[in-house]
Write a protein that binds this ligand. Structure first.
Ligand code: NAP
Length: 451
């Protein structure tokens, strides 16, 4: 069995050299699957691993756009349609200068299992561009989004592929892309999620990933007879996921004391002031350093002053840590510092924020761990609720959607926990989530034959 997994990893390395993030994501999933593959030979008989690591298709395209000076600029666009065994492709679009095929593939691969875990009928995909929205005017952002959709529109559809937001893609960008799709096709369809409330969006979609992440953490703690109430928490990031993680932490009585952006981090021992954070990052799209102007008692550490090889957010003592910015932002040294300071739980709001050796350290040292594909699945689950509302022409209240989200997060936790128990490692949620997510997709692939 070892060999089977090793062979699949070798094949990945060979066929996709230099796709480090993709390889890391594949390794994380495959390393968990041994007990399942041993218990039932059908997965190896049907060559599922070999088939699963190759996307159904990857679309790479040129995105030309005109800047405010009238100059033609060019970026690369991606949409990787990874696996649609259990439903139409679904997964976000990321606009960030670091985007490349490896990053889109790691995100798309993780998305397959995450979407499966939600219990909803959605397959896995991901896309984006190396376009950097920072420093661009409104007009430039709009023209870029429109040009991106000119090509993307050929590959998506309500029953084909329904993208959403991710880093650098929020309500504004979804709006510009939706507008262009409508113009190109003359169709008013739910081909994107994260839409505005007046034009097909769902209440609570904006909050869903952050809220869901905290619901998941609360489920983990409840199982231990604990809660988040009164606990100090640290959060990285200051975007969509981080902001609504902080909001829900307050609602459950916890004290969130940090947030960060690409330039530095804020530590506010009184608790991050939510309205200030929203007005700096969501409304003004400014640097976090601005926080000091309104809350001079807080501490700001610029990224240039982080101890080399570490993330300063994780140097602040906490009961629970919520990495909610980006991949590989919590490494071995970070987790050792967190552990020394008494951290009990790491709950991943971002995708693949912990390095593989940081995860291994958590598992060895009994630190509770909420893996990304389970902990942050609330966003995509609520996207699917948006699709359901679009298809049935209904509009549910905030409380109704939030309630469904809470139930989905509980059932993801219970499924992951029960699966970890079934395979002899009770409480190992990474193992449970990977096996449960994989099993449903793999069984569907077997039923559907060699396609
Ligand atoms: P976002 O609103 O664009 O915010 C991203 C945040 O992370 C910002 O504070 C940004 O700083 C920071 N950041 C981005 N790249 C960074 C880097 N390379 N180094 C340091 N900081 C960086 O994005 P988001 O939607 O919150 O997404 C955050 C994470 O959650 C991502 O891993 C994403 O894949 C994951 N996720 C998102 C959703 C969702 O529904 N949005 C669902 C599931 C998972 P600046 O402000 O300086 O750019």
């Amino acid at each position: 069995m070892e060999n089977f997994i090793e062979d699949a990893l070798k094949a990945t390395k060979h066929s996709t050299p230099e796709q480090d993030e993709f390889y890391q994501a594949v390794k994380e999933v495959l390393s968990s699957l041994e007990p399942l593959l041993v218990s039932d030979s059908k997965y190896t008989k049907h060559n599922i691993l070999e088939r699963l690591i190759i996307p159904d298709r990857q679309i790479i395209f040129r995105v030309p756009w005109i800047d405010d000076a009238g100059k033609i600029r060019t970026n690369i666009g991606y949409r990787v349609q990874f696996n649609n065994a259990i439903g139409p492709y679904k997964g976000g679009l990321r606009f960030h200068p670091s985007v490349n095929l490896s990053i889109i593939k790691f995100l798309g691969f993780e998305q397959i299992f995450k979407n499966s875990l939600t219990g909803l009928a959605i397959g896995g995909g991901k896309g984006g561009s190396d376009f950097d929205p920072k420093g661009k005017s409104e007009g430039e952002i709009m023209r870029f989004c429109q040009s991106f959709m000119v090509e993307l529109s050929k590959h998506i559809g309500e029953t084909i592929d329904v993208p959403a937001g991710d880093i650098g893609v929020g309500g504004r960008e979804i709006g510009y892309m939706f507008g262009m799709y409508k113009r190109l096709t003359n169709r008013y369809e739910g081909i994107l999620t994260g839409k505005g409330i007046n034009w097909g969006g769902s209440l609570a979609r904006t909050e869903a990933t952050g809220f869901g992440s905290v619901y998941f953490a609360e489920n983990i703690l409840n199982k231990q007879g604990e809660t988040l109430k009164g606990k100090t928490c640290t959060i990285s990031g200051s975007g969509n996921v981080a902001i609504y993680t902080i909001q829900k932490l307050y609602e459950l009585g916890a004290l969130p004391v940090t947030c960060s952006d690409s330039k530095g981090m804020i530590y506010d021992k009184n608790g991050i002031h939510l309205n200030s954070l929203k007005s700096i990052k969501e409304v003004a799209r400014n640097d976090l350093r601005e926080y000091l102007k309104v809350h001079p008692h807080a501490t700001y550490i610029p990224r240039s002053e982080y101890k080399e090889g570490t993330n300063a957010v994780w140097s602040i003592p906490c009961f629970a840590a919520f990495p909610s910015a980006t991949q590989n932002e919590l490494n071995l040294e970070d987790i050792q510092i967190l552990h020394a300071n008494g951290c009990h739980l790491v709950n991943e709001g971002a995708n693949m924020p912990s390095t593989l050796n940081a995860i291994a350290y958590m598992q060895k040292n009994g630190i509770l761990f909420g893996p990304a594909k389970a902990a942050n699945a609330g966003g995509v689950a609520t996207s699917q609720l948006e699709m359901s509302q679009n298809a049935s022409m209904q509009k549910w209240s905030f409380a109704e959607v939030d309630n469904k989200l809470r139930h989905i997060m509980k059932s993801i936790f219970e499924l992951s926990y029960a699966t970890s128990k079934e395979f002899g490692d009770e409480g190992n949620l990474m193992l449970g989530a990977n096996i449960a997510g994989f099993r449903k997709v793999a069984d569907a692939m077997i039923d559907q034959g060699a396609v």
